[in-house]
Design a protein around this ligand. Sequence first.
Ligand SMILES: CC(C)(COP(=O)(O)OP(=O)(O)OC[C@H]1O[C@@H](n2cnc3c(N)ncnc32)[C@H](O)[C@@H]1OP(=O)(O)O)[C@@H](O)C(=O)NCCC(=O)NCCS
Length: 182
Amino acid sequence: MWSLYTANMKDMSSASSFGWNPEEKKAEMFHRAARHLIVRSATSNTTLCGFSTLRFETEISYVVPERKDDVLYIYEIHVAEDYRRKGIGTFLLSLAEQLGRKWKMNRLMLTVLLANTTALHHYAKQGFVIDASSPNEQHDMFPSPCATAEDSSGNQNESSRQPCDYLILCKLLSESATKEGT
Ligand SMILES: CC(C)(COP(=O)(O)OP(=O)(O)OC[C@H]1O[C@@H](n2cnc3c(N)ncnc32)[C@H](O)[C@@H]1OP(=O)(O)O)[C@@H](O)C(=O)NCCC(=O)NCCS
């Protein structure tokens, strides 16, 4: 998993505001709260085709800042180069979504670099939107948080947001993520 992560992300992370910090990243990826979905080749059990790393967490509610939402955060999603564009990334996202719904999480979340256009296409196709907590609140590939959610959330407003090189995206999984008082 670490080799695949390094092959996929070392250059992009190094060039980003996150930087490349292997020790910190390993501690995050293999944290005791991390859960991994692993896709292996049907013909070679030792070949890792892709994986996703998930954590069940709480985040400030999409709608009511005093409230916490239960979220399933996708920390990583990676497909090996030879196996891309075959639906594995979509499969991993749909499994994460099913898990989130099964455990009654309010939303599925992830962070993506603006430079990662392949991943941006992937998430746009899967119906992700910009999360109310995202430092960048607009991108032409994604719907922004709805006005009511933004107004009542108390999250950062446009003028206080700093330009940065990533987006926080989400997919709402339950009604309570969009309505107050449920
Ligand atoms: C992003 C990633 C996980 C997608 O995995 P994948 O298995 O290739 O994705 P899928 O085959 O399920 O493709 C789903 C959709 O994503 C989009 N997509 C995937 N690769 C794309 C590319 N190179 N260019 C444009 N769109 C692309 C397409 O809309 C595609 O649907 P389509 O094939 O019907 O057009 C994979 O490219 C990857 O591992 N990249 C490196 C690691 C990474 O960036 N991870 C995300 C970190 S936030």
